[in-house]
Design a protein around this ligand. Structure first.
Ligand code: NDP
Length: 450
């Protein structure tokens, strides 16, 4: 870290790009505050948060006919960009809240970059929970999934299960019922937590069955899911339910590891707020699911984003900042002209060198996708940023493609899956993609020197 002087700290650094983050950004930028949003890279969870995994959102006011989750996020993003918000498509790896201005460090393809901010809004949301069974880890991508819209297509005409009794589980079950022959909702109690409207819809669906008072103790199968061993939570009796896919939808945990030791958290890891949206450090605010164990709705996340931006504005008005800033409004700058305060070289940083893009022997990159797969969109953006041309094959529209993906990948049933000159990569993993692209470059150099 070079420790350059803080010549132009942003007014508000917003970590997270779900409804809370974008709404905070819209409010902050409209108040003419220099606003930066760290969207995440897509490597550790999806930029855009949980709504990127949602199909139809019916309860966001203003959308009388419903809106698709990723579309809602795209609209919020565009609205924020209209007011000059700067976006950094990178994962925040560290924060320093013990000093002023606050420092946020993000990992980019060039290493690490450090940003200074007079205030920070934490809107990092929550991540899906897993059951924690060894068999679950072993069979992830081989029939075990947390994203019905991504992987549901692989299970056409097959039997699948969904674990959980909340709105997410029933939403997944209703989506899966479009493809699968039977969907069993496996829930540990006999009362569902889901809203009445979702319960009514799921109960009315002929393909949805119920395994209530049951918990999954083991997922069966060697190279692919063949069933689950269930235990009755009342009697302890065990049974086997044959199925080919298992979708886990048992809730989320707040994404607060980054802040442990710096901000006050409750026993479950949620940020504790004092005085409205302020965290334990004045000038650092919390918005959305990261501090909300109760409501966790897109609209409440957006509302707390607005509150956090108003609180940040009030905080900034009460402080003397003139020694730190240059007084220039970031809202008038182009995104590309906002340079980080420091660039730290990192040996681990993935980098696809220029020659790959200009090589006469470009790698042949084929990406297999489905229409509602958020990771596929993140991967497309990533390849686009690298300037890598790719061929996209949507397995829903290409007869036989799903089966080919499964065969080539040795039994995986998940997208995105890539074929880079014969190297198959399952799932969107930037490091693996970079390595495959780099090895192509090395191979083409050897060929040329022969
Ligand atoms: P919830 O916390 O509401 O539900 C989680 C479910 O998983 C519960 O039924 C819970 O059981 C079960 N569960 C938790 N841990 C385990 C475990 N280890 N083993 C087995 N089962 C477990 O989470 P959701 O993601 O469903 O919903 C989160 C929020 O998002 C809610 O407020 C919901 O209303 C909202 N939402 C709204 C949607 C919409 O409006 N379209 C769609 C999706 C979500 P138990 O009930 O016994 O605790």
């Amino acid at each position: 870290m070079t420790g350059q002087p803080f010549s132009a700290p942003a007014d508000v650094l917003i970590i997270g790009s779900g409804p809370a983050g974008w709404t905070a950004a819209i409010y902050a930028a409209r108040a003419n505050l220099r606003t930066v949003v760290f969207t995440g890279s897509g490597r550790n969870g999806l930029p855009g948060g949980q709504l990127m995994m949602t199909t139809e959102v019916e309860n966001f006011p203003g959308f009388d006919e419903g809106v698709i989750g990723p579309d809602l996020m795209e609209r919020m993003k565009r609205q924020a960009l209209r007011f000059g918000v700067v976006t950094i498509e990178a994962d925040v790896t560290r924060v320093e809240f013990s000093q002023r201005p606050f420092v946020v460090i993000a990992a980019t393809s060039d290493g690490e970059e450090q940003y200074a901010g007079r205030s920070v809004i934490v809107a990092t949301g929550a991540s899906p929970l897993w059951l924690g069974l060894p068999s679950e880890a072993r069979l992830r991508g081989r029939g075990v999934s947390s994203c019905a819209t991504c992987d549901g297509f692989f299970f056409r005409g097959e039997a699948v299960g969904v674990v959980g009794g909340g709105d997410s589980a029933l939403e997944e079950a209703l989506y899966l019922a479009r493809h699968a022959s039977a969907v069993t909702v496996i829930h540990r109690r006999d009362q569902l937590r889901a809203s009445k409207i979702m319960q009514d819809r799921a109960r009315a669906h002929p393909a949805i069955q119920w395994a209530l008072n049951k918990e999954v103790v083991e997922i069966l199968g060697d190279r692919r899911v063949e069933g689950v061993r269930l235990r009755d939570t009342k009697t302890g009796e065990e049974s086997v339910l044959p199925l080919q896919g298992l979708f886990v939808a048992i809730g989320h945990r707040p994404n607060t590891e980054l802040f442990r030791g710096q901000l006050e958290l409750d026993g479950d890891g949620y940020l504790i707020t004092h005085r409205h949206t302020q965290t334990s450090i004045p000038g650092v605010f919390a918005a959305g699911d990261v501090a909300d164990r109760r409501y966790r709705q897109a609209i409440t996340a957006a509302a707390t984003g607005a509150m956090a931006a108003l609180d940040a504005e009030e905080f900034l008005t009460g402080e003397r900042w003139t020694d730190w800033g240059d007084g220039q409004s970031l809202a008038t700058q182009e995104t590309s002209t906002y340079t980080p305060l420091a660039v730290i070289d990192s040996a681990a940083a993935p980098a696809v060198p220029e020659p790959i893009m200009t090589s006469p022997q470009r790698p042949r990159v084929v990406m297999y996708t489905t229409s509602w797969c958020p990771d596929c969109h993140a991967a497309k953006r990533y390849l686009g940023r690298l300037g890598i041309a790719y061929e996209e094959i949507n397995i829903e529209e290409t007869p036989g493609a799903a089966m080919l993906v499964e065969q080539w990948s040795g039994g995986y049933r998940t997208v995105p899956t890539f074929d880079i000159n014969g190297t198959i990569i399952v799932d969107f993993n930037r490091d693996a993609l970079d390595r495959a692209l780099q090895s192509h470059r090395a191979a083409s150099q050897v060929d040329q020197s022969d």
